[in-house]
Design a protein around this ligand. Structure first.
Ligand code: FRU
Length: 456
């Protein structure tokens, strides 16, 4: 599929569909060394229309080759989000068929499709739906995992503001187990969507991480992604944290519906949709609309704030940012430490007003402010988010900034804080300016300390 790379806001090192709309990553799976990314797709328009599953593959998580559409709407409905697993008899895709009732209400059931060995033909199961609707308006986004402890398949589904767990021996008959979420984490006006569940090593044992996207009332407004750290015994998820503690996977505006790759034995890697439902349908692109975030490797780590997920951009991707850097596509890394910079602002795209300010305050506190100006009349686009984290005063604080023609991913504090934001600047290839604010109580004139689009 040929791609028009001339589009102003077409990123170079992020996946975008050649044409048409994309939202959530779906059915992420690694098979025979190939990374398969399916995604919510309307090939015929650049707005959210009748959902298909688009399909792309990569050997290195850098270069993606788009393949023909994998799933199309049928008599059961359009194909909403879901996942993929390698079963004993091949790869299976699980998705939600979405239709409307006579009264115009959403109606959602779970379906399955089988892939051929080459992952090029996907046959929907004649027994679809494999899981009927128990009477809920929101009942979607099946994420299937293999649970080693109980030797069963487990399916997670959103029920609105909670996550339901089902189990099966044969991936055909599914038994309801439990639900998690009431009174835990962020609720607000949002619908919980696109759950994921991963088991990660932590200190001398293992912990489970439940990832849940929420369609409204995320930190910067609109949609965002929260997570819970705890235990899962194959039936029930138990939160290790206080129910009212909210952990955000990303503090920016544009990191939604992330999903991890099914890749038993591999390092856990996830990708998200880099947009926000508040304005996703209006962003100023022409041939395509929507992009995937950079892939991120996940681990659990102890920080002064508690146990947190850490995200790391895989080596292959950081190397590509270094080798193929360009004005508008680069990575910039530095540290804030005791002797050097303790208070910097970062302005991008040749603009004067800073987009980020990072300040190490006395007592081990770090303040991070992300600012985005109005752009292209997008509703709710302008925003400012401030977050604070604890970081030992004597330890350097790492800052990694990935910039790709307006898409910006900032990973801080060894990846324990992440901010993903879209920008639609007048000059996506304009330079970056780092300004070092002297550590003084009286406001002094800022000193620019770096300029350019280098890989640091
Ligand atoms: C999340 C979501 C899912 C749904 C899909 C439809 O962004 O709303 O819950 O399956 O998008 O495209």
């Amino acid at each position: 599929m040929t791609i028009d790379m001339q589009e102003t806001y077409r990123p170079k090192l992020h996946f975008t569909p050649a044409k048409g709309w994309m939202n959530d990553p779906n059915g992420l799976i690694r098979k025979d060394g190939l990374w398969h990314l399916f995604f919510q797709h309307d090939p015929d328009s650049i707005t959210h229309g009748p959902m298909h599953w688009g399909h792309a593959v990569s050997r290195d998580l850098v270069d993606w080759e788009q393949r023909p559409v994998a799933l199309r709407p049928d008599t059961l409905g359009t194909c909403f989000s879901g996942s993929a697993v390698q079963g004993p008899d091949g790869v299976r895709l699980f998705y939600t068929a979405h239709s409307l009732t006579k009264e115009g209400r959403d109606f959602q059931v779970q379906c399955m499709a089988r892939a051929d060995d080459a992952m090029s033909v996907f046959r929907t199961d004649p027994g679809n739906p494999i899981l009927c609707n128990p009477g809920r308006e929101v009942f979607r986004d099946p994420k299937v995992i293999w649970h080693e402890g109980t030797a069963r398949w487990v399916m997670l589904l959103t029920e609105g503001q909670s996550i339901a767990f089902y189990a099966s021996d044969d991936m055909t008959r599914w038994e309801y187990l439990t639900s998690f979420g009431t009174c835990h984490g962020q609720h607000g006006r949002g619908v919980w969507e696109c759950p994921d569940l991963l088991e990660l090593p932590f200190e001398d044992g293992m912990k489970w991480v439940l990832i849940v996207s929420i369609s409204e009332d995320a930190p910067g407004g609109g949609s965002g992604t929260q997570y819970f750290v705890g235990q899962f015994d194959g039936r029930r998820f138990t939160n290790d944290h206080a129910p009212d503690q909210v952990l955000w996977l990303d503090m920016g505006r544009d990191f939604y519906a992330p999903q991890s790759f099914f890749d038993p034995g591999g390092a856990p890697v996830l990708m998200a949709w880099a947009s926000n439902w508040s304005y996703a349908r209006q962003t100023p692109t022409r041939a395509f609309r929507g992009a995937a975030s950079l892939p991120r490797e996940l681990s659990l780590t102890r920080t002064p704030d508690g146990v947190r997920l850490a995200q790391k951009v895989p080596e292959t991707v950081t190397r590509a940012f270094a080798l193929r850097r360009d004005r508008g596509t680069f990575c910039h890394r530095f540290v804030l430490d005791r002797n050097g910079a303790r208070d910097v602002s970062i302005a991008l795209f040749g603009e004067a007003a800073p987009h980020y300010r990072l300040t190490r305050l006395p007592g081990g506190c770090v303040r991070v402010t992300a600012t985005r100006a109005e752009g292209h009349d997008l509703p709710g686009f302008a925003h400012e988010v401030t977050t604070e984290l604890l970081w030992p005063e004597d330890q350097p604080l790492s800052v990694e900034l990935y910039v790709d023609r307006g898409m910006v991913e900032l990973l801080l504090a060894d990846g324990t804080v992440s901010l993903t934001n879209l920008h639609f600047p007048a000059m996506p290839e304009g330079p970056l300016t780092l300004t070092h604010h002297p550590h003084t109580r009286t406001p002094g004139a800022p000193h620019p300390i770096a300029k350019g689009g280098q890989n640091g």
